[in-house]
Design a protein around this ligand. Sequence first.
Ligand SMILES: NCc1[nH]cc(CCC(=O)O)c1CC(=O)O
Length: 305
Amino acid sequence: MSQSLLRLGTRNSALAMWQAKKVQSLLAEKGQEVELVPMKSEGDIELEKPLYELGITGIFTKSLDLALIQNKIDFAVHSLKDVPTALAHGLKMWAVLERADHRDVLIHKGADFLEDEDRPATIATGSLRRQAQWLHQFPQHQVTNLRGNVQTRLQKLQDEDWQGAIFALAGLERMELVPEKTEFLDWMIPAPAQGAIAVVGRESDTATEALLSQINHQDTRICVEAERRLLRELEGGCTAPIGAYASLQGEEMTLKAGLFSLDGQEAITAEDKVSKEQGQDLAIQLAKEIKAHGGDAILEALRNG
Ligand SMILES: NCc1[nH]cc(CCC(=O)O)c1CC(=O)O
């Protein structure tokens, strides 16, 4: 069922290229040849301000969405957590790869400061979700903004007088850059779909869709779709301080979610289990609970900046 050479669009960052090559090699195993089409994304351009201050969503996917719509590529590969919950018209999620480690980690220069309640510290992250959860756990700390690709962020941590910075473990593992001084933040609720790679194509191209469905990992897909549904129900863009994580225990799904105020003072979390077929319903239910327990006020405050 293979087709002539297919064009895979990807951002040209090292992490994006790794992910694109992963998809390329999975398709090679199925006998399908793929050519990489790397593109600069607007999200990789050096910006003075943190992304959330710009109020732009979908910045990482826009160039590739356009390339798909203009038929310059056959499909695009993304970190699913960077993909807006509503895809551009005419585009469709064709496959989700098996998820890597979903956790956030703190890269530090010595973790003693975490033991000492009164010790001030500065932790770097460009993510509102990480900022809010960190401040909730460590109200005595400061959080400072940090952007850029994995390599840039690790270098900045070395150069600056900060005690640590927060990363997605999946990205560090893919770059083979997991430092020795890594603290696994099992208590932090990850971004919806963190650790998952997605393939997006044109809705009309059902032949290529059928081909790509061979590399879909259905259990991952069920989980990330519940997480993304929850995000959508809370009307949070990809930069909102919202975490969601679904996992399967046999036929059962556990979904955990949280919405946080930016200063970390408020943390509204919810968790429940259902059969895995009911993940979407659970996402809707937990979003309702979060809104009713103070989430509506937090979302309102976020909208008003
Ligand atoms: N926001 C950028 C981004 N997008 C995807 C990853 C890593 C892979 C993943 O989380 O799925 C990262 C780096 C990070 O958050 O530290």
